[in-house]
Design a binder for this molecule. Structure first.
Ligand SMILES: C=CC1=C(C)c2cc3[nH]c(cc4nc(cc5[nH]c(cc1n2)c(C)c5CCC(=O)O)C(CCC(=O)O)=C4C)c(C)c3C=C
Ligand code: FES
Ligand SMILES: [Fe+2]
Length: 389
């Protein structure tokens, strides 16, 4: 029709108006606060397994080998690679930890933008300790984005010097030599094992799994809370992790009104040295010998699925071991992943952190009573001096 324009035609003034709106939107959407999602990471592909294991086994914050750590760590990584590669192949060819972390980060920031607009816009950055995307990449990207404040948010709910501690030490090492003028100010969320929404999330996930157990076994089903173990040497140094895992377990059982018998057990021991027990597989065997027939296993120290849940718990224990020793019923509770209560927990933790205005907790700045690690001394001293709101 002559004289009328199709709806998508823009006049000069409507075009300039739209461009201005886009420009304004871009300015206001520019992220102000970075949420650094810290975790160990996992190999995306089987070809990455050797480097991943090498990085773990040569990290003195994670494990202290009795001598020549660089050589011994390399040797252990080499020897362990084929076995671990096979496991990653069996769970689909790589660790899903990056995908879960990105989904969690996106949902967390979306929620934060609505519940804490004054600190927004928020953007998440993944900082893995042993695989890409590494800590350095997170800081480079934050610098490019012009982030003003970075919250270093450990994705391990329970603090261990081997895991969260190692990641904080790595960030310190990077920033000690690379702290450019444009880098953001920092604050840290180092542990959150007792957050009420985390507790509710685990309790709901357990209830859902208990519902699927037959009426005959329901009441006597043992809830086995399974957490990654630690070398006894680390435990005896005074590492906070065992007691923080215990705190989560006790609150979850309180939330469940102590509906079933329960036990905390430990999985994923590496190497020949003594580690904290009882071990998950041996505990299942022990209970079966005592005549118990039904179990619900809860990965209580992992926030997303990866090799320890998908292979060790699902394949090695719930399938192979359970069939071998005649378990009647066994179910594994999913990791929190993107459960709405879990995302609400993450958002509430960050919001409380902003409101409280404590950049670094007193607990983080204190050392294990038997800490002899120079990395911890340097790093905590530095965090004490730089972290501020
Ligand atoms: C060598 C010592 C190790 C200590 C100490 C340790 C503690 C520890 N680890 C986690 C969580 C995870 N560990 C994962 C894999 C993994 N861990 C170690 C070693 C130690 N962990 C190794 C060598 C590996 C690789 C797999 C293997 O060789 O068996 C993972 C899985 C990551 C993924 O697949 O995405 C997690 C998660 C915690 C919580 C912890 C102590 C507090
Ligand atoms: S080992 Fe725990 S603070 Fe150093
Ligand atoms: Fe581990």
């Amino acid at each position: 029709m002559l004289g009328s324009k199709p709806a998508f035609f823009l006049t000069a003034e409507s075009l300039s108006c739209s461009l201005m709106k886009i420009a304004v939107r871009n300015v206001s959407n520019k992220p102000k606060t970075g949420i650094v999602m810290m975790n160990m990471g996992g190999p995306q592909k089987v070809e990455h397994v050797y480097n991943y294991l090498h990085n773990i086994m040569t990290d003195r914050d994670m494990i202290q080998l009795p001598f020549a750590q660089d050589h011994m760590g390399k040797w252990i990584a080499k020897r362990r690679t084929p076995e671990v590669q096979k496991k990653y192949e069996e769970i689909g060819g790589g660790s899903p930890i990056l995908d879960w972390t990105n989904k969690q980060g996106e949902l967390l920031c979306e929620k934060l933008n609505s519940i804490s607009p004054s600190t927004g816009p928020h953007k998440h950055y993944v900082a893995f300790r042993y695989v890409h995307p590494f800590t350095e990449e997170a800081f480079e990207n934050m610098s490019k984005d012009g982030i003003k404040h970075a919250v270093l948010f450990s994705q391990y709910p329970q603090y261990s010097c081997a895991t969260s501690g190692s990641s904080y030490n790595a960030i310190y090492k990077h920033l000690k030599t690379n702290n450019k003028p444009g880098y953001p100010k920092l604050s840290i969320i180092d542990r959150w094992s007792t957050h009420p929404l985390l507790v509710q999330c685990f309790a709901n996930l357990i209830k859902d799994e208990l519902k699927k157990i037959s009426e005959k076994n329901k009441k006597d089903t043992i809830i086995l809370f399974s957490a990654h173990s630690l070398p006894l040497k680390t435990v005896n140094r005074g590492d906070a992790y065992p007691s923080e895992v215990g705190a989560t377990v006790n609150l979850v059982m309180k939330e469940l009104n102590y509906c079933n018998p329960y036990q905390l057990v430990w999985q994923s021991k590496v190497g020949p040295l003594p580690w904290l027990g009882p071990f998950t597989d041996e505990a299942i065997e022990g209970y079966v010998k005592q005549g118990k027939k039904s179990f619900v296993i809860v990965p209580i120290a992992f926030v997303n699925e990866h090799i320890e849940t998908l292979h060790e718990l699902d394949i090695e224990y719930c399938k192979e071991l359970a069939e071998k020793i005649g378990v009647e019923e066994i179910r594994r509770v999913p990791a929190p992943n993107i459960h709405p209560l879990f995302i609400s927990a993450l958002a509430d933790i960050v919001k409380n952190h902003f409101e409280k205005g404590v950049a670094v907790s007193a607990k983080f700045l204190n050392h294990c009573p038997h800490c002899v690690n120079p990395n911890c001394y340097e790093s905590k001293k530095w965090y004490r001096s730089i972290a501020s709101f």
